[in-house]
Ligand binder design. Structure first.
Ligand code: SF4
Ligand code: SF4
Length: 411
C-alpha cells in the first residue's frame, strides 16, 4: 500500500513504525474472515482492513471523527487478523498508534473519561481491587442478573510449596489474578516444585501495564513496566532462569517491553532482557514434559478434570503466537480435550472491552460458551485470568487455568 504520511507524524518513531506497517498491507481482505467484530457487524469499517484504512487516512492528515473513534473502539485488539494476514501486517501495533492520535483529535465525553479513569484507578492496583471485590462478594446474595454474574464467589487461596531448589524462576502475580484466582500461581508453584523449580514472587512487581496501555495512557503503562523491571532486576542479576507468566495477557505485554522501551536510554537494555526472559507457563512445562509423562494415567474415564474444553486466549494464540501448544501438552499428559469450534475467535473479555463494549462482548461470550460446551466437557480451562472470569460469568461449569487442572491431576 502506498502512503504519504502528514508532517505531524511522519518523522516521529510512531510515524515511521506505522508507515512500515501500512506499506505491508496489500488490502487483500483475508483478515476480515477471522475478525470477530466483522463477523458480528458485517461492516467493512468494523474489520481490520477498514480500520487500517481509517488509521491511514488520519495519519495522512484527515481529521479523525467520532465515527473513526467508534470503529477503533469496537476493535478487541485480539490480533486474530495478524494470525491470518499473509503479509505480516502488525495490526496490533498500528491500532495502538492510531488510537492514541484519534483520541487526541476527537477527545472523550465526560462520562467516558470518568469510566476510563475509574478503570485505571482500580484495576491495576491490587490493594484497591481486592477490597472492592471482597465488598462485592459480601453483597453478592443481594445482587441479581448481570451484576451478580460479574462478581465471582470468593476463591480460596491454596498453599504455596515450602523449600527451595537450585533452579529458580520469577512469576508475575499481576493485578486482579491474586484476588480473582489465587490458586493459579499457587498451582503453578506446586507443579514446578515437583519438577525441581522454585517459583519466586518479586513483591514490588504488579500490573504489567496492559490496562493503561490499551486505555491509551501509554506513559502511565511505561511507568508500570519500569516499576516491574526494577523489581525483577536484582533477581535477574542473580541468575533467575525465566520470568513466568500464568496470564497470557500479561505475557503478551511483557513480551513487548523491549520494543516499547527501546527509546528509553535508562531502560532499553533491561527491558529487552526482561522480554527475552519472559515465558508463558506452557513453555516451561513443555520443556519438562518428559518428567510428567511418567505419571500414572487418570484413575478412570470419569476422573474430575479429565474431560476438558480448552479456550486459547487471543493473547496466547495471536499475541504470543503459541497456537496449539497447550492443547498438545494437555493431550500428551492424558487429558481428553473436547472439540471446540471457532477456537480462533475472542471470548469478548479483551481487557476492559467487556465493560466498555458490553453488547458486543456479551454476543461473543454467548457464542464462545456454546462452542466450549458443545463437546460436553466436565471443566473449561484457559490461560488468562480475564478470559477465565468472563467465561465463568456465563456458565455453571467450573472454569480454571489449565495449570490448576494439571496440579489437581498431580495430586
Ligand atoms: S492486513 Fe493483511 S490480510 Fe488484511 S488486508 Fe492487509 S494484507 Fe490483507
Ligand atoms: S484485532 Fe481482532 S477485532 Fe480488531 S481488527 Fe483484528 S481481528 Fe478484528
Amino acid at each position: 500500500m502506498q502512503t504519504d504520511l502528514a508532517d505531524f507524524i511522519k518523522d516521529t518513531p510512531q510515524g515511521r513504525e506505522a508507515d512500515s506497517i501500512l506499506r505491508k498491507c496489500v488490502h487483500c481482505g483475508f483478515c476480515s474472515a477471522t475478525c470477530p467484530t466483522y463477523q458480528l457487524l458485517g461492516d467493512e469499517l468494523d474489520g481490520p482492513r477498514g480500520r487500517i484504512y481509517l488509521i491511514k487516512q488520519v495519519l495522512e492528515g484527515a481529521q479523525a471523527t467520532a465515527k473513526t473513534q467508534l470503529h477503533l473502539d469496537r476493535c478487541l485488539t485480539c490480533r486474530a487478523c495478524e494470525t491470518t494476514c499473509p503479509s505480516g501486517v502488525e495490526y496490533g501495533r498500528l491500532v495502538d498508534i492510531g488510537r492514541a492520535i484519534v483520541d487526541e483529535q476527537v477527545g472523550r465525553s465526560t462520562g467516558e473519561t470518568i469510566v476510563r479513569k475509574v478503570l485505571r484507578a482500580i484495576i491495576p492496583h491490587t490493594s484497591r481491587f481486592t477490597p472492592l471485590l471482597k465488598l462485592g462478594q459480601l453483597m453478592r446474595p443481594l445482587l441479581f442478573g448481570a451484576l451478580k454474574r460479574k462478581v465471582p464467589p470468593p476463591a480460596p487461596a491454596s498453599a504455596w510449596p515450602v523449600g527451595a531448589h537450585m533452579r529458580k524462576m520469577l512469576v508475575l502475580d499481576g493485578c486482579v489474578q491474586p484476588s480473582l484466582s489465587p490458586n493459579t500461581n499457587a498451582a503453578a508453584a506446586r507443579v514446578l516444585d515437583k519438577l525441581g523449580i522454585t517459583l519466586v514472587r518479586a513483591a514490588p512487581a504488579g500490573c504489567c501495564g496492559a490496562v493503561s496501555f490499551h486505555l491509551n495512557e501509554q506513559d502511565e503503562a511505561l511507568d508500570y513496566m519500569r516499576r516491574n523491571i526494577d523489581a525483577w532486576w536484582p533477581h535477574i542479576e542473580q541468575g533467575t532462569e525465566a520470568i513466568v507468566m500464568t496470564a497470557s495477557g500479561c505475557g503478551a505485554m511483557v513480551a513487548e517491553y523491549g520494543h516499547l522501551l527501546a527509546n528509553d536510554p535508562a531502560y532499553a537494555e533491561k527491558a529487552a532482557r526482561v522480554s527475552a526472559l519472559m515465558k508463558d507457563i506452557s513453555e516451561v512445562i513443555t520443556a519438562e514434559k518428559e518428567i510428567l509423562k511418567a505419571l500414572p494415567p487418570f484413575a478412570s474415564p470419569l476422573s474430575p478434570h479429565r474431560k476438558v474444553a480448552f479456550h486459547p486466549p487471543c493473547s496466547l494464540q495471536h499475541g504470543l503466537k503459541m497456537k496449539g501448544q497447550v492443547e498438545s501438552l494437555l493431550t500428551g499428559l492424558g487429558f481428553d480435550l473436547t472439540p471446540v469450534p471457532d477456537a480462533h475467535l475472542c471470548c469478548g473479555s479483551a481487557g476492559t472491552y467487556s465493560i466498555l463494549q458490553p453488547d458486543l462482548s456479551q454476543q461473543l461470550l454467548k457464542n464462545k460458551i456454546n462452542a466450549l460446551t458443545s463437546g460436553a466437557p466436565a471443566v473449561i480451562v484457559t490461560a488468562n485470568i480475564g478470559c477465565q472470569a468472563h467465561l465463568q460469568s456465563a456458565t455453571g461449569l467450573p472454569v480454571m487455568h489449565w495449570i490448576e487442572a494439571l496440579d489437581a491431576r498431580l495430586g
